[in-house]
Ligand binder design. Structure first.
Ligand SMILES: [Zn+2]
Length: 109
């Protein structure tokens, strides 16, 4: 286990924010799901990112990990460490790994 890695309760270590899978399913809710990189994960959804559309452009609103994932890491790494790593990862996902341009779609086609 490398420094700074967090772990999904399924056992998968996640050392870098780029390892998460992101899917944009809930278009009407302006929500992007953050998924575990493990295809066989029983949790699947580890968190979400919400944004709002302003003048046709997505504007970041909030990002969070779900309690089962957070609680697991708190029990593994300690509260302070876990919260720091998870916060850093969310920030990285939002700033580096979301292709915001892809969220912009023509109104009509
Ligand atoms: Zn998992």
């Amino acid at each position: 286990m490398s420094e700074g890695a967090v772990q999904c309760p399924c056992g998968r270590y996640i050392a870098n924010a780029s390892e998460y899978k992101m899917i944009f399913l809930k278009k009407e809710l302006n929500e992007i799901d953050i998924l575990c990189p493990n295809d066989n994960c029983y949790l699947r959804e580890l968190g979400y990112i919400r944004f709002e559309m302003k003048e046709g452009k997505p504007v970041f609103k909030e990002a969070t990990f779900y309690p089962p994932f957070v609680t697991w890491n708190v029990s593994q790494l300690g509260k302070e460490n876990a919260n720091k790593h998870l916060k850093d990862m969310l920030r990285e996902i939002v700033t580096k790994h979301i292709t915001w341009d892809l969220l912009v779609k023509p109104e009509t086609k």
